[in-house]
Design a protein around this ligand. Structure first.
Ligand code: F6P
Length: 542
């Protein structure tokens, strides 16, 4: 994987002794019942729970015996996880296919955090660079929040549209929704990502161009959808304000790791907020891509979010494997995916402000670990990333929980909630959390069917984690996201894959370009089904 860390050659998780033990444990698990584990060990819930800062994870309701748990911990110890983790935090180029370091941790680090002595000086320099870049975020966000950033007609900004997609959209959008308790009362944030014109055109109709700022968010500044949406926004400024080249006015800022492209696009140099190329798109909300978050909640609270993520970084690096929250969650995912044939993992927040958490995690997890080639370029013959999906509770209870309780598939669940919610009231919050606890318990305990009513049988033995935040503060939100980042990292490391590239998205992009070119008369080689569909759409449009 790296020059200084142990080579990955010959490492294959399925060849470790722990993997073999886990295969045997999986056979035993067919006969085991989670509830019985509690009868056998009254200390189970305290033994199988862990705290980091203000995050508390109860993982006792998993189909994991003591022997299985030991074998999972052994798997982590027998993998290259600890070397990979040190390599990531010390800035080695662990994203081998793109030749890049993976340093989103540096976005929330402090001087002196580096534990690998030989990397300390470089790491401290990086922290200084990040602080400079974040100072720009502070300057711009505080100006906007203070009514000191003016549009071309001299009016202060009231609406900010973040135009970006994937990592340049999902993180900021989730954070602004999750932390709405702290939102600026007079400045509204809007997020445009889809190339579906209906999204941007409907949004623009509601806005006053004189008081609107576009935050053009793109790591590469080449993404087709983002540039087309930006063009539509520019046309809107031209049509409504007579402002040609709005991208060069005070109505646009650029958030990017590609300064040259942003300059070439026409964004003024002092309106480009940069971040480093070693920040992956799906890990970029902590960088200038998070400008919209800072505008919404203020830079001070933005830094609290970073501090929460840093707390999780330190926990991940320092806690022993047995008490390491990301490691624990990752191992449980591997157990279900690789040994018990679970196809998916549901994340169900009992908090409406975390509605977007599952879609954010879909990119984080599935773009990172949806891989089938090892770090050594070999084909993989074991399962990697699971399908992640979810929806908020209690809404999900009235939609898909039927399948969770009585369906035929195993779906391990992460329930996520805040113990205290300042935006709710006592009655609502008691009912909300009561429902979550009841669901987790019902899924595990199940129930016999009354005589003659087999359809009322609840098999139970359905596993879940409960992840509790003391409250949904910026700090705890930061820790929550960093927890999942590291969970994904641990799984990728054990599976011996590169969690930091995304070659799988390239082919579709290329074919879309070919197909669109053929629309303008250029001959493209399309498969027969696509050719027929294309023709059908054209006919409908005539
Ligand atoms: O196509 C996938 C992807 O590269 C994501 O990884 C990324 O977050 C998204 O596109 C947007 O990329 P950019 O920020 O460069 O516009």
């Amino acid at each position: 994987m790296t020059s200084s860390s142990k080579t990955t050659h010959n490492y294959n998780p399925t060849n470790t002794p722990a993997w073999k033990t886990l295969e045997q444990q999986a056979e035993k698990a067919q006969q085991q019942n989670i509830s019985d584990f509690f009868d056998q060990n009254p200390q189970r819930s305290s033994q199988m729970s862990v705290q980091s800062g203000e995050l508390f994870l109860d993982y006792s309701k998993n189909l994991v015996s003591d022997a299985t748990w030991q074998a999972l911990l052994d798997l982590a110890a027998q993998s290259l996880l600890e070397q990979h983790r040190a390599a990531m935090f010390s800035g080695e180029k662990i994203n081998t296919t793109e030749g890049r370091a993976v340093l989103h941790g540096a976005l929330r680090a402090e001087v002196g955090d580096q534990t690998v002595a030989s990397a300390a000086a470089e790491s401290d320099q990086r922290v200084s660079l990040v602080k400079q870049q974040l100072a720009d975020v502070e300057l711009v966000s505080e100006k906007i929040r203070g009514g000191q950033w003016f549009g071309s007609t001299g009016k202060a900004i009231t609406d900010v549209i973040n135009i970006g997609i994937g990592g340049s959209d999902l993180g900021p959008k989730l954070a602004c929704s999750a932390l709405q308790e702290f939102a600026h009362p007079d400045i509204k944030l809007h997020f445009i990502s889809n190339v579906d014109g209906a999204e941007i055109l409907t949004t623009l109709k509601k806005l006053n161009p004189e008081t609107t700022l576009v935050a053009l968010a793109s790591k590469t500044f080449t993404t087709h959808e983002t540039l087309l949406n930006a063009k539509t926004a520019r046309n809107w400024f031209a049509e409504t304000l007579g402002l040609e080249n709005a991208q060069s006015s005070s109505h646009f800022v650029g958030l990017t790791a590609n300064r040259a492209n942003a300059l070439a696009y026409g964004i003024p140099a002092d309106q480009i907020l940069e971040f480093a190329e070693w920040v992956g798109g799906r890990y970029s909300l902590w960088s200038s891509i998070g400008l919209s978050i800072a505008i919404s909640i203020g830079f001070e609270k933005f830094t609290e979010m970073l501090a929460g993520a840093r707390e999780m970084d330190l926990h991940f690096q320092q806690a022993p494997l047995t008490e390491n929250m990301p490691v624990i969650m990752a191992l449980l995912g591997i157990w279900y995916s690789n040994f018990l044939d679970a196809q998916s993992n549901a994340v169900i927040p009992y908090c409406e402000r975390l509605l977007l958490l599952p879609s954010y995690l879909q990119q984080l997890d599935m773009e990172s670990n949806g891989k089938s080639t090892t770090l050594d370029g070999e084909s993989i013959d074991y399962q990697t990333g699971a399908i992640l999906w979810g929806q908020t509770g209690t809404n999900g209870q009235h939609a898909f929980f039927q399948l969770l309780h009585q369906g035929t598939r195993m779906v391990p669940i992460d329930f996520v909630a805040a113990a205290v919610d300042n935006l709710s009231n006592e009655e609502h919050h008691r009912v909300l959390l009561g429902n979550m606890l009841a669901q987790a318990s019902a899924l595990m305990c199940g129930q016999e069917a009354p005589e003659g009513e087999p359809y009322r049988y609840y098999p139970g033995n359905k596993p879940s984690n409960v992840l509790l935040l003391d409250q949904l503060s910026p700090k705890n939100f930061g820790a929550l996201i960093a927890l999942y980042e590291h969970k994904v990292f641990v799984q990728g490391s054990i599976w011996n894959i590169n969690s930091f590239d995304q070659w799988g998205v390239e082919l579709g992009k290329k074919m879309a370009n070919q197909l669109l070119a053929s629309d303008s008369g250029v001959q493209a080689e399309l498969d027969p089904s696509t050719t027929a569909l294309f023709a059908h759409i054209k006919k409908c449009q005539e």
